[in-house]
Design a protein around this ligand. Structure first.
Ligand SMILES: [Zn+2]
Length: 252
């Protein structure tokens, strides 16, 4: 399991649910929640507002009684989110996230969590980290204490430091009704240059197949497609990526 988790979140219904692992839109994807295997960091990407799903995500991590199946009465779930001692929120002030704020958040990680089993740093609009802030954060992300989780949210993932992105595992959580899936051109993976949009389209197709069939094979394909997307974004050798995609796509 990579040390970070990248979440792609495009439209979410029922965000009033307390625990995102119970959201209809991603019951299978959220398996790590149930198993307590949630990766140590998350980059949540969306073209929709991310506060509500971010709160749900962090709350589910902070919950002291994760087995509770209805409204949870634990101290963490009953406390106003911003007052919880084990979460540190970072946001642009006013346009960028300052290095002093990141330093303070990173220092808070030296202390074990007070209430929950985890300590969370939630970085809102992670694309607004200054280069200095991002590099400081990177050091923390590289060697997190076992109780630490990083949650980065952004509408603009291309502007997040690639070395942080590359440490992220990606989850896609989308409202299937919000965006129709366009047909992929035949032999899309042979295009020169290989278009990241096509990889995204293919990932959405795989996700839809997974939702309809519940075959985990599609989940694997979907994850690998996102890895290919990241490789493209990091300017990896296109021929190598193309070959990986060709093998992956013929495996369907
Ligand atoms: Zn709880």
């Amino acid at each position: 399991m990579p040390p970070c988790l990248l979440l792609t979140w495009t439209g979410m219904k029922n965000s009033s649910h307390k625990n995102p692992s119970r959201l209809d839109s991603w019951p299978q994807i959220a398996d790590p929640f149930a198993a307590g295997l949630f990766p140590q960091s998350a980059l949540v990407i969306s073209d929709t507002p991310l506060f509500e799903p971010g709160v749900s995500l962090c709350r589910s991590l902070l919950c002291e009684e994760p087995e509770a199946r209805s409204i949870c009465r634990c101290r963490s779930c009953q406390t106003d989110f911003v007052d919880h001692p084990d979460i540190h929120l970072l946001s642009p002030s006013p346009h960028t996230i300052r290095v002093a704020d990141v330093r303070m958040a990173v220092q808070s990680l030296l202390y074990r969590p007070l209430w929950s089993s985890v300590r969370i740093i939630w970085i809102q609009a992670a694309d607004t980290l200054t280069p200095e802030s991002a590099n400081l954060l990177l050091k923390a992300v590289e060697e997190p204490a076992p109780y630490v989780h990083f949650v980065l949210t952004t509408n603009n993932p291309d502007q997040v430091l690639p070395t942080i992105r590359s440490r992220c595992q990606r989850f896609v959580i989308a409202d299937p009704d919000s965006q129709p899936i366009e047909a992929l051109p035949p032999d899309w993976m042979m295009a020169r240059p290989l278009l990241p949009d096509h990889v995204v389209q293919a990932a959405r197709f795989a996700r839809k197949q997974f939702r309809q069939s519940h075959h985990r094979q599609w989940l694997g394909i979907w994850e690998e497609l996102w890895q290919a997307y990241d490789a493209l974004a990091a300017n990896a050798n296109q021929d190598i990526v193309r070959e990986q995609l060709r093998r992956l796509w013929t495996r369907r």
